[in-house]
Ligand binder design. Structure first.
Ligand code: AMP
Ligand code: ZN
Length: 111
């Protein structure tokens, strides 16, 4: 499968890692939309939030469980935003589920 985030997860495409464990990886976004912009991904391929179900969704809780640790490491003391874009209308461009962690300034309203 030709998936850029699977390749980042397996190390065949380099990334600037912020956090890694056996199930997930967090790395700096190549085109930051905020002063701090990290992408958090599962190491297993799930195309989007629209593919989640009872069998594969535990990884979402795992990723969220690491958000405070990652945000703290990044110095996001005043708060931050976690965003998941789903599908073409949701603005998703990489079809391997991921969660943007954005911060480093007071963020504006969504949309
Ligand atoms: P989305 O538009 O929600 O699908 O988000 C995909 C994100 O992945 C975008 O913010 C891209 O800038 C980012 N991205 C794409 N390729 C890379 C890469 N090789 N390294 C880091 N971030 C990437
Ligand atoms: Zn993938």
């Amino acid at each position: 499968m030709d998936c850029i985030f699977c390749k980042i997860a397996d190390g065949s495409i380099p990334s600037k890692k912020v956090y890694e464990d056996d199930k997930m990886l967090a790395f700096y976004d190549i085109e930051p939309a905020a002063p701090v912009h990290v992408v958090m991904i599962p190491k297993t391929h799930i195309a989007s939030a629209d593919e989640l179900n009872e069998e594969n969704s535990a990884i979402v809780a795992h990723i969220y469980s690491k958000v405070p640790e990652i945000a703290s490491k990044l110095g996001l003391k005043g708060g931050y935003r976690v965003v998941n874009n789903c599908g073409a209308d949701g603005g998703q461009t990489v079809f391997h589920i991921h969660f943007h962690l954005l911060g480093g300034k007071t963020l504006g309203k969504m949309c």
